[in-house]
Ligand binder design. Structure first.
Ligand SMILES: NC(=O)c1ccc[n+]([C@@H]2O[C@H](COP(=O)([O-])OP(=O)(O)OC[C@H]3O[C@@H](n4cnc5c(N)ncnc54)[C@H](O)[C@@H]3O)[C@@H](O)[C@H]2O)c1
Length: 351
């Protein structure tokens, strides 16, 4: 029999305890939350996490977990292809949901998720953890105050030397992941750049994808695992040129494996009054004809923990959601267009 929660706090259930561990840490550090249950099809993994985080209930079937009245909110931290099914079921059961990135693998499922949130009146948050870091929060504040002026150009990327994750497992299987590095790590930098640029919508997208390492069994991460027994049918490099409805343009690149000197993670934004780099944060301006670097101080704020604190704050105190389901869906819309453009060799026009 399920153990009830002890307090009047927000009762939480976490589905999937890979990255789900970071959600568990976030809830542990949120005074208004109490972790009621963990669910993972890997029972051993679930039990180990439950022991570590002192969680009373363990499930291997998420539907059984959703039946608990003491659960008010759910973290969906499972492989991409399960996000839609689990999120819709949780919202239909009257729970708030924070869903890991990417929101889902395709537009149709994303629209179903948003419709379920609308119908339930519950929160649907996309777990874009990079928005909640100390450096990016400070930069966003300065941008909103006009410090960079109008941002008209951005470039962002995450390129690994050798970093294919979970070879042969769900990460490298298109039907389960929706794609390769574009949907895995490109999603992070794409969202970060769009958010900092004020969430304009994409107007046109031109993309290309390549698979030069994965199909040969090369480029596998030293920290990765060869767990799957499956193959590799996704890209290992993607690049895109995106025209935004604000008139700005954004260049995006994402790769799990490339012949480069070392891993590279960057975002550069150019505005009419200033420019900024992220990773690491730097801000550049001209003052009285002099070039200055006005890089600000920022709090050391881990994104994953503060994203969860924000989710709980929205539930308890009605705070305005920073990272919405709509934002998650807009990213999926752009990723979908990049893959379509790559397949056709032509620019895709979005309505
Ligand atoms: N925000 C980030 O920084 C970040 C980092 C890594 C992964 N992710 C995202 O988190 C999600 C999970 O990635 P991961 O790296 O943790 O993967 P993973 O494979 O390491 O872990 C997924 C977990 O889900 C469990 N699972 C699978 N099917 C399940 C089911 N039907 N019911 C319950 N549990 C199930 C697995 O047993 C596993 O423990 C993906 O969407 C990924 O894109 C986000």
């Amino acid at each position: 029999m399920a153990v009830k929660k002890k307090t009047g706090k927000v009762g939480v259930g976490v589905i999937g305890v890979g990255i789900g561990r970071l959600h568990l840490i976030g809830y542990t550090e949120s005074p208004d939350a109490e972790i009621v249950a963990i669910c993972d099809v890997n029972e051993e993994r679930a039990k180990k996490a439950a022991e570590e985080f002192n969680v009373p209930n363990v499930f291997t079937n998420y539907k059984d977990m959703l039946a608990l009245d003491s659960i008010d909110a759910v973290s969906v931290c499972t492989p991409n292809y399960l996000h839609a099914e689990m999120t819709v079921a949780a919202l239909d059961a009257g729970k708030h949901v924070i869903c890991e990135k990417p929101l889902t693998t395709n537009l149709k499922d994303g629209e179903k998720m948003l419709a379920a949130a609308e119908k339930s009146g519950k929160i649907l948050m996309t777990a874009f953890n990079n928005r909640f870091r100390g450096d990016t929060q400070v930069l966003k504040k300065l941008i909103e105050e006009g410090e960079l002026g109008d941002i008209y150009y951005g470039k962002t990327g995450w390129i690994r030397r050798k970093g294919i994750p979970g070879y042969g497992g769900w990460f490298t299987t298109k039907s389960k992941s929706g794609g390769g590095p574009l949907i895995d790590i490109g999603v992070h930098v794409l969202d970060l750049a769009l958010w900092l640029m004020g969430n304009p919508k994409a107007a046109t997208v031109s993309g290309a994808t390549y698979a030069q390492f994965g199909p040969k069994g090369e480029g596998i991460s030293a920290y990765g695992y060869r767990d799957g027994g499956g193959g590799f049918d996704v890209e290992d490099l993607a690049s895109a040129f995106i025209r935004l409805d604000s008139g700005a343009t954004l260049v995006l690149e994402a790769s799990w494996a490339s012949h480069i000197e070392k891993d590279d993670l960057y975002t550069t934004l150019v505005g009419t009054r200033g420019g900024a780099n992220v990773d690491p944060l730097k801000i550049f301006k001209d003052m009285n004809g002099v070039e200055v670097d006005i890089t600000p101080k920022f709090p050391n704020q881990p994104g994953h923990t503060y994203e969860i604190k924000h989710f709980v704050d929205c539930i308890v105190n009605g705070k305005t959601l920073i990272s919405t389901g709509e934002h998650g869906l807009e990213v999926v819309r752009i990723l979908d267009a990049i893959y379509r453009s790559a397949a056709s060799g032509r620019e895709v026009v979005l309505k």
